[in-house]
Design a protein around this ligand. Structure first.
Ligand SMILES: [Zn+2]
Length: 268
């Protein structure tokens, strides 16, 4: 059972107990309102921080006894970033994981194939990357995840097993969806916070400071679109992130190898 289940059970039990024990209606209402606020805050925190494993357990880190880290890129492919990014990764001998948006993959199929051909892992980041996805019905979320997986499987000949939900948000009911589609949710324990640090050197410094053995590092391919600078900054950031992490002695592992999990679904 998830933390969501226990939190809901506790909230309902407390609400019931209050209703029975409180001696007047205003006291009951004030207490229930406070309880409701607390419950909603907990749900919001659980939605925003996948590391809390509030609704479901996601893999956020590899083994702590090895000096390995793994780079992951969300939101691509992007014709202005992906080719340069692949070049940097090739020059540096780093294999990464790309959590792709189905619609972007559909628009740039050659890039998807190049990412795979270069030896990187491809994961599912939903078909559309809409902010409102947690409010959609479970069947619609399932359809969208399945659609992205079908498309990626058609392009690379392998069905992704790893999924990362857009904006790293979670919500109730996803466990069943993941189980049905045979997907493994993957989170992160270090993120670039590119929108906060903005400068490539500062982003790289932040990542290097936060990283520890087994870190799954979340970076984005397309954040330049929402900020006021060009796509070359994304590539520069990755170059510096790799350099700073190497200075600290970390070794880069592809996500599935670091986690020792199958990155693709092999149907019998
Ligand atoms: Zn995303």
């Amino acid at each position: 059972m998830s933390w969501f289940f226990y939190t809901t059970l506790w909230a309902l039990s407390l609400a019931g107990t209050t209703w029975v024990l409180a001696d007047n209606l205003p006291t009951r209402l004030v207490f229930l309102l406070a309880l409701l606020c607390l419950y909603l805050i907990t749900l919001a925190l659980g939605s925003a921080y996948p590391r809390m494993n509030f609704y479901f357990a996601s893999v956020c880190r590899g083994p702590a006894d090895q000096g390995w880290v793994s780079l992951t890129f969300d939101d691509g492919p992007d014709p202005k970033v992906t080719p340069e990014l692949l070049q940097i990764l090739k020059d540096e001998g780093v294999k990464a994981a790309f959590f792709m948006v189905g619609r972007a993959a559909e628009a740039h199929p050659a890039l998807v194939k190049r990412v795979e051909a270069d030896g990187h892992l491809i994961g599912n980041h939903m078909f559309d990357h809409q902010a409102g996805w947690p409010f959609r019905p479970a069947f619609a979320i399932r359809q969208e995840l399945a659609r992205a997986n079908e498309l990626l499987a058609k392009l690379i000949g392998n069905r992704p097993r790893f999924v990362r939900m857009p904006f790293s948000i979670s919500r109730p009911g996803l466990v069943r969806t993941f189980r049905k589609l045979n997907l493994t949710p993957v989170g992160w324990d270090v993120r670039g916070l590119e929108g906060v640090y903005r400068e490539p050197a500062r982003i790289a410094e932040h990542v290097a400071n936060e990283a520890r053995n087994g870190s799954v590092i979340l970076l984005h391919e397309c954040y330049y679109r929402t900020l006021d600078f060009g796509p070359e900054r994304v590539v520069e950031t990755v170059r510096l992130v790799i350099a700073r992490l190497r200075e600290r002695g970390f070794v880069f592992k592809r996500l599935d190898e670091m986690l020792e999990l199958e990155g693709y679904i092999h149907e019998a």
